[in-house]
Design a protein around this ligand. Structure first.
Ligand code: UTP
Length: 498
């Protein structure tokens, strides 16, 4: 630690010290031309300790470390650490109001409105104006599988992967609307090749390989609780993906937005890879978004209890915001409407429509999404070069969140959907939001579809279907389609695969 402190206070005028030895600028420039300014950036931000094993590592490791250093904006990391950790931003709670919401249609007029939206959405799909954007760059630490989350085998009977399930929804929508729907998948450096190989190995699940486009988000260094960049070997800085908000930068920098425009895309259907029930390319949602000339639209579900750990969509001073459950005061959390329902109930399920022209306007403004700090437990190399597996949280990962884009939004649509129909994320290996709960949610949904068309399906005391049901999106995308394909005399004997 003392060594680190000493390094930070030395001026970067000629040489820089590494474990009491000195690397001359001349030598660095001669042997590794072009890196000096990046090393200087690290030095000026107080991060020169990342070179403390410089004299022990091989030439190729030196080159790798310098390559890594050249991708890092050390000044930004310093600023983000100070902003996010030392002075956590608090959103003003004055003038908090619930936003206007298109509620789940129950009355005839509401159903009529949904029907009109659906027709508009279907036309846009037919015209090929919609692309799907799946963010799949996260580390999936809580699930803890070996490989990208999307490769997890999830369906109740045939054990299709999450990626296959999403792909088949796209295949089915293409068939229904006689169109082609480009699919953009954001990965990170850690899972990009595994993801792409998985698609190749499975022949893109029936999609054309040219319509599936992968792009990577940026990585940012992980820092310790004092803001020092951490390493997991003598030549490797620990990096993590920069959050789903990283999609915003990557869409532009990786030329994805131009590719979308070239294909005639006008709006993006955004979702997260781990929501098993997501209604990909839902025409009703697309239609509402388009008919209201919305810039960004959101699907929400009613919070199931006041303390549910879900982000809440609100207006603050008349502007749309998504706030974390932890940022809502207890009073606001429990506040009720006159009819006894929760006042702030709009739980964000991270399904959005995003208008491409709006994105361009955001890029032109030159602004970027803020970083949020998440405190995590991360194995690292200590000053003596020992690998430490910490017992407690010891590190900060920085992530930007896609919903922070809402601060630029003037026109939006917020549409309520039913949780049991559209939201079942996989976060943990066991317990809530796990593969087990998601499989049950799928089976229950298929059970409801069948029951609604007259097939008898037994349920237990908690309303869970007794038995297994799996319906491929290619057989039926929804209840309406199923109705035309299934005889209501069908006898359910505990296992049904369609
Ligand atoms: P989560 O925040 O739940 O993260 O991501 P995660 O990576 O899946 O799991 P943990 O937190 O490490 O356990 C929600 C969605 O956002 C994507 C994820 O892939 C998931 O679809 N995401 C998250 C990214 O694409 N990039 C990121 O940097 C973070």
């Amino acid at each position: 630690m003392m060594e680190n402190e000493r390094m930070k206070t030395t001026h970067f005028d000629r040489d820089f010290p590494v474990n009491n030895k000195v690397i001359t600028r001349e030598l660095l420039e001669k042997e590794y031309p072009g890196y000096l300014r990046h090393v200087k950036n690290a030095f000026e931000a107080g991060q020169i300790h990342i070179f403390r094993w410089w004299n022990e590592i091989t030439a190729s490791e030196k080159k790798n470390l310098l390559d890594q250093v050249s991708t890092i904006d050390f000044g930004l990391i310093k600023k983000v650490f100070n902003d996010a950790v030392l002075k956590p931003a608090r959103t003003s709670r004055d003038n908090l109001t619930p936003p206007p919401i298109i509620t789940f249609p129950k009355k005839d007029a509401e159903k009529e409105m949904a029907h009109k939206a659906k027709l508009a959405g279907e036309i846009s799909l037919q015209k090929g104006e919609i692309a799907i954007l799946t963010v799949a760059g996260g580390d999936g630490t809580r699930l803890g599988i070996n490989g990208p989350k999307g490769t997890f085998l999830i369906t109740p009977i045939t054990r299709k992967s999450i990626f296959q399930l999403h792909a088949e929804k796209i295949v089915a929508a293409q068939k229904r609307y006689n169109t082609r729907i480009p699919w953009y998948i954001m990965t990170s450096k850690s899972n990009d090749s595994a993801t792409q190989n998985f698609f190749k190995m499975h022949n893109f699940f029936g999609l054309n390989s040219h319509q599936v486009c992968f792009f990577t988000q940026d990585m940012v260094p992980v820092v310790d609780l004092q803001g020092n960049v951490m390493m997991d070997s003598k030549s490797n800085i620990i990096m993590s993906p920069n959050g789903h908000g990283g999609a915003l930068v990557a869409l532009k920098e990786k030329n994805v937005l131009n590719d979308m425009k070239r294909r005639g895309i006008k709006n993006i259907f955004y979702h997260q890879v781990d929501n098993i029930l997501v209604k990909i390319a839902d025409p009703v949602f697309i239609g509402h978004h388009m008919r209201d000339s919305s810039e960004v639209s959101l699907k929400i579900v009613k919070k199931c209890d006041p303390e549910e750990k879900v982000g809440i969509v609100v207006y603050i001073d008349g502007n749309l915001h998504m706030i974390e459950y932890s940022e809502l005061s207890r009073k606001d959390m429990y506040e009720k409407n006159e009819n006894g329902t929760l006042k702030y109930h709009a739980g964000n399920i991270a399904v959005h429509m995003i208008n491409i022209d709006f994105l361009e306007k955001v890029y032109q403004s030159g602004e970027s999404l803020p970083y949020h700090a998440a405190i995590k437990k991360v194995p690292y190399l200590d000053d003596d070069g020992n690998v430490i597996d910490p017992k407690q949280n010891n590190a900060i990962k920085f992530e930007s969140f896609i919903f922070d884009i809402l601060k630029y939004v003037k026109k939006s649509v917020i549409m309520e959907v039913l949780r049991e129909d559209e939201f079942s994320p996989i976060k943990n290996m066991e317990g809530e939001n796990s593969p087990e709960t998601s499989r049950q949610d799928m089976v229950n949904q298929f059970g409801r579809w069948l029951r609604n068309i007259g097939v008898s399906i037994p349920v237990d005391a908690r309303g869970n279907v007794i038995g297994l049901i799996e319906i491929s999106p290619c057989f039926a995308m929804d209840e309406e389609e199923l109705k035309n394909k299934v005889d209501k005399q069908l006898q359910f004997n505990g296992k049904l695969l369609l």
